[in-house]
Design a protein around this ligand. Structure first.
Ligand SMILES: Nc1ncnc2c1ncn2[C@@H]1O[C@H](COP(=O)(O)OP(=O)(O)O)[C@@H](O)[C@H]1O
Ligand SMILES: [Mg+2]
Length: 223
């Protein structure tokens, strides 16, 4: 199994009351899955994605990536697994404002191994997500949708085996949404595994929505 979530629980304290954002989550994700998780705002989608990706530590339960407990290793090991295996597309495009579009794409490389051909790769990805003409712009000069395309391109710089996407087409028009989904489908055909969380039922009806789960009040259910 590529990713195995076992009895995951995560709560937040809100006004000194516990809110169960992830409630006994059991989820197996196989190599090359294309999984869509559908749920209303506040249902726990972002929490689940950051648990899967090792960004949030669960109160209880385990996350295994290829059989290895993500939280059993050292911090450096967790970061390494994250950086080398997982591409995150965050709900809110988290670009560095003082770097250009092109420089933002190079950023994931500077954390890990430096790699030859990084600059060309960044340009190819910008082309693929349809934002090559904004290469030398700063994030503030882009629309929300354009920033999102940059963040999507950036998530693929390290050739992630697993792509975790949080409302990836949140502020995109329908044409752009389709372009981005086609880009995901191509990467899926090349072997990447996708977990997409969204409130948009449209995304759960595409021809690649092979497996769709529902999330409600921190719980995951088959449809
Ligand atoms: N950092 C946080 N502090 C307190 N409560 C949080 C925090 N993050 C999420 N929550 C709460 O946890 C629940 C699930 O949130 P979230 O995972 O963001 O859901 P979704 O992504 O589906 O909108 C919500 O009730 C939300 O208010
Ligand atoms: Mg969310």
């Amino acid at each position: 199994m590529l990713i195995s979530c076992q009895k995951l629980q995560k709560h937040y304290m809100v006004d000194s009351q516990p809110v169960l954002a992830a409630d006994d989550i059991n989820l197996d994700i196989s190599e090359n899955d294309f999984l869509t998780i559908l749920g209303h705002s506040g249902s726990g989608k972002t929490t689940l994605l950051s648990l899967i990706g090792g960004l949030t530590m669960p109160d209880r339960g385990n996350i295994l990536i290829r059989g290895k407990d993500v939280w059993a290793g050292s911090d450096t090991e967790i970061s390494r697994v994250r950086n080398e295996t997982i591409g995150f597309i965050f709900q809110f495009a988290s670009l560095i404002p003082t770097l250009t579009v092109h420089e933002n794409l190079l950023l994931p490389l500077s954390f890990g191994r430096t790699r030859r051909g990084g600059s060309e790769k960044a340009d190819a990805l910008l082309e693929e997500v349809g934002i090559a003409d904004k290469r030398n712009c700063f994030p503030a000069e882009l629309s929300g949708g354009q920033q999102r395309r940059v963040a999507i391109g950036r998530a693929f710089m390290n050739d992630p085996q697993i792509v975790l996407a949080d409302e990836p087409t949140g502020d995109l028009d329908e044409t752009t949404e389709n372009e981005i989904m086609e880009f995901f489908y191509r990467r899926h055909e090349q072997g990447a595994t996708f977990v997409i969380v969204t409130h948009n039922s449209q995304l759960a009806s595409g021809h690649k929505a092979l497996r769709v789960l529902n999330m409600k009040n921190g719980r995951l259910r088959e449809r």
